[in-house]
Design a protein. Structure first.
Length: 382
């Protein structure tokens, strides 16, 4: 009876411990935006403000700014996908047990700290800076503070309430953009810290072909895509602007910005994963020794079959051959040990996303546009 009660107590204790662990996991789940107000801003402001500015026809005479507005909206849509992947990526790492069991509590604390950093008040600083840049654009376009405050073209006096609405909308977009950039930076830094702070456990033959670490590769790909969106916008206008009234006025500036983004995109994709790559390399070196032992066993069995084939009975030869087949299959399965949390499909997706900006920088974009233009004139009715 006492043994039964003792067993029941142990079972209840285990259930209670498991419940605490589940609660701890839920508590550790990353919150990308913990403030309801900022969350609504990041979701609604870009599209809402964009629609208001578009319906107000603020950019009718300025397609470069109009397409820039569309680019900002697209970037925020990409950010929504990226934001959903942040908590899921870290949760999947925990579920796959790529972090050692002894580090589970530390990893939960790592996730909670990530939430705190993502929502740190310092994240408002880049938002305020971008909002101020957005507001500063208006006096610059008007030709100075005096003209902006007067009654000339592009002044408050001539535009009135519409100008104030435009300024408020662009400042709001700038604030939201700063919040996004802060979260991009924090995620990149936290992914990089993983390989330095934890003893990661590579999973052999994992279906993701990345040792169980593909969620990190996916996350960094979406982070890099946020850089690629404005790069595509700049690349398009580098090629198209000379064919429009803009001429070459902005081509030099756009080319400079595009060159910076072309360097930044692969850094955003690869640099955060470098420490994880280092951990995978160390783990693969240890596993490689074990795989090589299997190769030695295959050699030994192969020589045994060759040298003792006449001395073996049919059953012994069949057993040795079967053992050899098993070890050969095992060797083939474990021979390719992944050392990057990126597989071929992820690499191709990233390379494809960089195609348009790179074509523009290398000067190959213009011949393509010329060919499309000639084709349009050819099929157009006379």
């Amino acid at each position: 009876m006492e043994a039964s009660q003792s067993g029941s107590s142990e079972t209840l204790s285990k259930v209670h411990a498991d419940a605490i662990a589940v609660d701890d996991d839920l508590d550790a789940r990353i919150l990308v935006v913990s403030s309801p107000i900022l969350e609504r801003l990041l979701i609604a402001a870009p599209i809402g403000v964009g629609l208001v500015l578009a319906l107000g026809r603020f950019y009718v005479d300025d397609p470069m700014f109009g397409t820039g507005l569309l680019t900002v909206v697209i970037a925020f849509v990409v950010f929504q996908v990226f934001a959903r992947r942040i908590p899921d990526s870290f949760a999947r790492l925990a579920a796959r047990e790529v972090v050692q069991a002894a580090d589970r509590a530390r990893f939960a604390d790592f996730q909670r700290t990530t939430t705190r950093l993502l929502n740190d008040p310092l994240g408002l600083v880049p938002g305020v800076v971008f909002a101020l840049f957005a507001l500063a654009r208006f006096p610059v376009v008007a030709g100075g503070i005096d003209r902006f405050l007067g009654n000339g073209p592009r002044s408050i006096g001539s535009a009135g309430v519409l100008m104030l609405l435009d300024m408020f909308g662009e400042a709001l977009l700038g604030l939201a953009l700063g919040l996004v950039l802060w979260r991009m930076l924090i995620v990149a830094l936290r992914v990089h810290e993983l390989g330095n702070r934890f003893d990661l456990h590579l999973k052999l033959n994992h279906p993701d072909r990345c040792g169980g670490f593909r969620p990190l590769g996916d996350l960094c790909l979406w982070n890099a895509l946020l850089v690629t969106v404005p790069a595509i916008y700049l690349a398009a206008w580098i090629v198209l602007a000379p064919r429009t009234p803009y001429g070459t006025t902005y081509v030099g500036l756009h080319t400079t910005f595009l060159a910076v983004l072309a360097v930044l995109a692969p850094i955003t994709f690869i640099a955060p994963l470098w420490s994880v790559h280092g951990e995978m390399l160390r783990e693969s070196a240890r596993l490689r020794a074990e795989v090589d032992q299997v190769g030695q066993q295959i050699d030994r069995l192969s020589r045994e079959l060759l040298e003792r084939s006449e001395q073996m009975s049919a059953d012994e030869a069949a057993a040795t051959a079967h053992d050899l087949e098993i070890r050969q299959a095992n060797y083939k399965r474990t021979e390719q040990i992944p050392t990057w949390p990126i597989d071929v499909s992820l690499a191709l997706r990233f390379s494809t996303s960089q195609l348009i900006p790179l074509l523009s920088l290398t000067g190959l974009g213009k011949p393509i546009v010329d060919a499309i233009d000639r084709f349009g004139k050819f099929v157009a009715p006379s």
